[in-house]
Design a protein around this ligand. Sequence first.
Ligand code: S6P
Length: 586
Amino acid sequence: MENILLQSADYEPTLPVSEKSNPLTRHIDRAPASSIVKMLQACDAEMFLEKSQTQYQRLLSEEMVKTLMEVAERVRLILKDPQDSLVVLSGCGTSGRLAFFMASGFNRELQRLNYAPVYSYVIAGGDRALFSSQEAPEDDPTLGALRLKKVSEGKKRVLFVGVSCGLSAPFVAGQLDFCLRHPDVYTPVLVGFNPAHQARNEPIPGCTLTFHSVVTRMEELAKTQKAFLINPGLGPEAISGSSRMKGGSATKILLEVVFSASFSRTPVTFNLILQHMRSYEKALDFTYSHSQEIAALMEAAGRSLQCGRQVCYLGWGSLGLLGLIDASECKPTFGADHEDIRGFVSGGYKELGNNEGDLTLMGPEFSISHDDFLDGVLPRLTDDDTVLLLYSDSDDIDKVAKLAHRVREKTSNIHAAYHQTAGDAAAKQDDINKLCSSTIIFTWPQETPERLQHLRELSTKLLLNAVSTGAHIFKGKVFKNYMIDLQVTNSKLYRRAARLMQKLSGHSESECEEALLKAIYQVDKLSEDIATCSLETHTHTAGKAKKVVPLALVCLLSGCSIKEAESRLEQQPIVRKAVEACLKSS
Ligand code: S6P
């Protein structure tokens, strides 16, 4: 029943699916860890609902599978002509990180098969956005087009895959528009998770486009396969608007299915695509069959965050990279500090092969190797910090054991998520088990190595999303199923914050926006100057402030000054409780 409700047009009718709140998680903020995991599982399972249960295209809809087949054929053409052709993957935030993740993963796979690499990526904000929150460039369509032009200079055929889960990022709209204006070279593919009519229609400052207008042009061209739209509905996110969750997972599933199919020696068939998608559905069920262990890990991470300590993911290979990605998302989503949840990957930048190379000198957030962890973090670890090892039987287990020993000398709060294949259990793993206070062992059935790796990655992503989301729920960063301490650093987040304030306070749009601006500029009265500043100035200024939305809400609900609101939030650092107290007394 709930599933039907959340898909129906009259549920939060003004919002696109990607921004709606999910009825399944309405009480996630008060749930114990075991129930949180169950709710996340139910939300993730919605990705694979059949079309008959909903009104929109779904991941497994016939039409969707056919589009994936067509795009795979296009990729195949590019593989045949690597000199003059290119596949460019691009997006902002998580979508850009996954663009990098898949471009580098598939290039590695091509090299292994003795093919030339054909994948490139563009992430809004450049490589620093791979591991840190850079939300502002998302608003710039010109920059998007420029970056695309630069990366594909001199190529005769480019398949451009723009990912915007909410069909909303101006950066991606600019790139798609660029493709549409140069059809001789570029074929645009849009990946997102709203029906086309829900694409964002807000004017973009300084240009005549909206995301919606671009999608409308693409829909027309899609009829003759000059453009492709891959936009199945997934149902609302477990935390409203948190597209890193289902949006990110589905992006990974869809693009892996397409790119893997383009490699296959046999013709791309409907059943091949469908079966591949179903294997991810099984991986999802399999991951959540460890729900009790996931819940225990979530609790450990939550305890660390609640007492102001740290969670560290220490990973190997692509699983380590997923740790970095998960950690970087906590800042815009939960207003977290970059120290709260950190990721480290074995080999650091050497392992990643990103466009801009080693970024370590850019600041502490960019120290991402295990050596950086040993130098900078290990010496101050205590039992209050949580460490999670992420690895599989294809990694060097001796090295994992060695690092586990070093960590164990400082904290007993060490855990592991280990992927192995049935019948291949590593003896050394027993040593690691003994060092860890918990180990989740995922024993996968035999599969081809590439497919197995993709499934393990999805599984790791789900696990990490659950741990970081749950831990921040325990820290009080979620109210009902809304992110209540989100950053307000681009137009999408600003609008989301203003909407949330309206919803929670019942005040008018203008009152809420006024309160938001007061919190951003730290003033009790808005000057003419501030009121007339551009949205870009507001979001830029918001990047320097902390707890903007909680401050704005406390002021709005209690009528107090910014100073007073600050001291209330200091006395009650659990933001959810501080806001609840105001709601009760208002
Ligand atoms: C979402 C994450 C954001 C988004 C980014 C792009 O959980 O925090 O960084 O990935 O805003 O969104 P979209 O809708 O264009 O893919």
